[in-house]
Design a protein around this ligand. Structure first.
Ligand SMILES: [Fe+2]
Length: 255
């Protein structure tokens, strides 16, 4: 993961949602009005040491899988899921591809079958990367913005920028469970081939790697579907319902 002060706040938060805590400590709610500003510019205007701030961002631990999510702010979970994405994208999928593209396999027929499955895997990979990008570029930031509205009364929910609940209801949203099915189908096709050595050994290793990957995808999908989405949906509903003129979202506010 590369962090730099020439990144915008949006780019920084996309990589490390947990950074919102440090950034809000420094810049308060105004951070949310400066999302497209470069960190260096924001720091310079506020007299903050950008280098030191980035060092603190880099040192932030990623919340572990056994975190009690319901007791933590929602951006903790978003950070964990973002970390999952990075490992799927940058480590696990390239490793499976590398396994399947081992040098020196006999070209035909086994090598040819593997080659076709490599193509299928590449399609899967491209779709999945697009899906993760959509979550990181729209869904996660929107959830975090909604959550920030509960920390700062100065912030409005930005209804015009779309809604978490609407996004989750749209058919185009393809949950990770669907991707898990895709990867298992490639794995099955590989298993159903009667291959000879050495291709058979490569195929076996690739299947094991795909199984492990599918398992992690399932855990990830479960966290999104059963923990993040319902909570983010409720949060947004509460926010929108209490944001109409004359109604206030803070306890003790006048009605
Ligand atoms: Fe995801």
């Amino acid at each position: 993961m590369i962090f730099s002060s020439s990144q915008t706040i949006t780019q920084l938060l996309r990589q490390r949602p947990m950074a919102v805590e440090l950034l809000e400590q420094e810049f308060g709610y105004r951070l949310w009005e400066k999302l497209e500003t470069h960190l260096s510019t924001l720091c310079a205007t506020a007299g903050v040491d950008a280098h030191y701030l980035l060092e603190r961002v880099m040192a932030l631990p990623v919340p572990p899988a056994d975190t009690a999510w319901d007791k933590k702010p929602i951006h903790w979970l978003v950070d964990h899921l973002t970390h999952n994405h990075a490992s799927f994208r940058d480590t696990e999928m390239p490793a499976i591809l590398a396994l399947m593209q081992e040098e020196g396999l006999p070209a035909y027929p086994d090598g040819y079958v593997v080659k076709l499955l490599v193509q299928e895997f590449r399609h899967f990979q491209a779709d999945f990367i697009k899906h993760m990008a959509e979550e990181e570029e729209f869904l996660f930031p929107k959830i975090m913005r909604n959550e920030a509205c509960f920390r700062y009364r100065e912030l409005g929910p930005e209804v015009f920028r779309g809604s978490v609940n609407l996004y989750l209801k749209l058919e185009t949203h393809q949950p990770e469970e669907e991707f898990k099915r895709m990867i298992l189908s490639i794995r099955e096709k590989l298993r159903n081939q009667l291959m000879q050595r050495p291709t058979a050994e490569v195929a076996e290793r690739a299947q094991a790697a795909m199984d492990a990957f599918a398992g992690r995808l399932l855990v990830h999908a479960d966290l999104e579907t059963n923990v993040l989405f319902p909570r983010a949906g409720r949060l947004e509903q509460e926010l929108y319902e209490n944001s109409v003129p004359g109604v206030f979202r803070y306890p003790g506010d006048q009605k």
